[in-house]
Design a protein around this ligand. Structure first.
Ligand code: ADP
Ligand code: MG
Length: 236
């Protein structure tokens, strides 16, 4: 785990993504650097390439060209298996629509990444999942995740993203389908994860979420059009 402390530093060069051959790129990013421990918000109109960027930097999507370096690893050069392993160790991904399995318990949902890894789930891992649910304040006793409120479901998804204690948290519109009160709790949970050793990058339309980020990247039509660093406390 020693190198995890050094993780969370992103360097993008000459990045381009085209979903169709010969089509205009949906994302073109000549250069972008994000340092370890930064809390970055990504905003912009629908279709501006925000989700695509998150998928690219998590290695879920391959660029048409360009480099995506997380520390010393250019993830575009990794084989699929190596990229999956790197992602499991490095990234916690929180999706807008949770991506939970409704029929199983919150605990089983938090343990999904361990099941994907094909390991026998150890008592320690199970205990960690338990502690994480406790930490995000989700009732453990429910048999099925569909019995939870939407806000609680998103917090299960956040707990799941933390199972392997990743140095990088990526969230795609994490409060988009929540009411105001649940949004606030989910955002509090998300921002409580930030720290000197953990980089948090969240796409959001939610002003309250964006206002809490120290750096805001604005995208339009696949281009980075603004990059503002600020101290959220000053505006409070
Ligand atoms: P955002 O998250 O900012 O709404 P996206 O990254 O989802 O934007 O999409 C950027 C552009 O890429 C949009 O024009 C969208 O229609 C297009 N796009 C997204 N996913 C695909 C796909 N799988 N195939 C083809 N085009 C896509
Ligand atoms: Mg999107």
């Amino acid at each position: 785990m020693a190198d995890q402390n050094a993780a969370g530093l992103l360097r993008i060069t000459d990045l381009e993504l085209c979903y169709q051959k010969n089509a205009a790129p949906v994302l073109a990013l000549p250069t972008l650097a994000i340092n370890r421990g930064e809390v970055v918000g990504i905003s912009g109109p629908s279709g501006s390439g925000k989700s695509s960027l998150l998928y690219l930097i998590s290695g879920l999507l391959r660029p048409t060209r360009g480099q995506i370096n997380w520390n010393d690893t250019d993830i575009t050069k990794l084989s699929e298996g190596a990229c999956d392993r790197w992602r499991r160790q490095s990234i916690g991904f929180v999706f807008q629509d949770f991506h939970l399995i409704d029929e199983v318990s919150p605990l089983e949902n938090v343990l999904i990444p361990a099941s994907f890894a094909g390991w026998r789930i150890s008592a320690d891992t199970r205990q960690r999942a338990h502690d994480l649910l406790d930490q995000v304040g989700v009732p453990m006793a429910r048999k099925s995740t569909s019995d939870l409120s939407r806000g609680e479901q998103q917090r299960v998804a956040i707990a799941r993203a933390l199972l392997f204690d990743p140095p990088i948290i990526l969230a795609d519109e994490p409060t988009a389908s929540l009411d105001d009160a649940a949004s606030l709790v989910a955002a509090d949970t998300l921002f409580s994860l930030a720290g000197p050793n953990r980089t948090v990058i969240t796409v959001s339309h939610d002003r309250d979420v964006i206002d809490r980020c120290k750096r805001i990247l604005k995208f339009d039509k696949g281009h980075l059009v603004d990059d503002v660093s600020r101290n959220p406390a000053e505006d409070a």
